[in-house]
Ligand binder design. Structure first.
Ligand code: UTP
Length: 233
């Protein structure tokens, strides 16, 4: 089975600490004994700091995105270091390169690939490319809410939603200035068209990622079509 795991930079590298990479690498290795794996790493606070500096120096947004991509790829390289043997030795810089890497290696770690999106979209697209049976977003929130909980006290956490409901929620969140959706809009559209079962969960504890992939157990939000009858609750 092919699995794609998106590790948000804010949970993998909230600050630069090797233990987060080691903890995640242990879990990912265990998963890789059972499944073929593509892991997509985010940039987190470090990416935002670099981008702010570049913006302050007058760089345009596309250039800032390129800087963000470099940081996501640095995090990918750190995770590759932690994983050691058996992982493809460098983060592929495109979807084609990722597919080539995945054809020779059971574990591929990558970061961003092109400006104008985030690693959420990369994760959804590579999941589509490899026909993943499961896409997991390990993020800094514990699931998808009916509306943005930072702005609405009555926002409810949703256990299971359809992909088109995810698109609606993400689009509503995005209109508010300064708000960032739980996954980015492009990612939600790709999930909608591919219908790959997707789980959004709190990734602060790597064990939660192990549970959902190996045992089908999670406390996040399952995004699946209404007819889904798979093992994930
Ligand atoms: P992230 O995916 O990490 O963005 O990419 P994020 O929204 O800050 O997510 P967290 O906090 O890590 O969970 C960091 C930046 O890199 C650029 C974008 O500017 C993004 O904001 N990027 C990333 C791209 O332009 N293209 C990509 O394919 C990936």
């Amino acid at each position: 089975m092919s699995i794609v795991i998106s590790l948000g930079g804010s949970i993998l590298a909230p600050d630069l600490d090797s233990s987060r990479f080691s903890e995640y690498s242990r879990v990912l290795k265990d998963i890789s004994f059972e499944d073929d794996l593509v892991v997509v790493t985010g940039g987190g606070e470090m990416a935002r700091e670099y981008i702010d500096i570049a913006r302050g120096l007058g760089s345009n947004e596309a250039f800032c995105d390129s800087i963000g991509i470099e940081v996501t790829r640095l995090n990918a390289r750190l995770l590759i270091s932690a994983l050691g043997e058996g992982v493809f030795p460098e983060p592929p810089g495109s979807y084609d390169a990722a597919l080539r890497a995945f054809s020779v290696s059971d574990v591929v770690v990558m970061g961003g690939v092109s400006p104008g999106q985030s690693t959420d979209a990369v994760s959804a697209l590579i999941a589509e490319y490899v026909d993943a049976e499961l896409l997991v977003f390990a993020t800094s929130v514990d699931g998808v809410y009916s509306s943005d909980p930072r702005f609405n006290d009555d926002a409810e956490k949703l256990d299971r939603i359809s992909p088109d409901r995810l698109v609606e929620i993400v689009m509503e969140t995005e209109i508010k200035a300064g708000a960032k959706g739980v996954v980015d809009p492009l990612a939600s559209k790709i999930i909608e068209r591919s219908e790959i079962p997707t789980v959004v969960l709190d990734g602060s504890e790597p064990e939660k990622v192990r549970s959902v992939v190996l045992d089908g157990v999670h406390e996040g939000t399952l995004v699946v079509s209404e007819s889904y009858e798979g093992v994930l609750g």
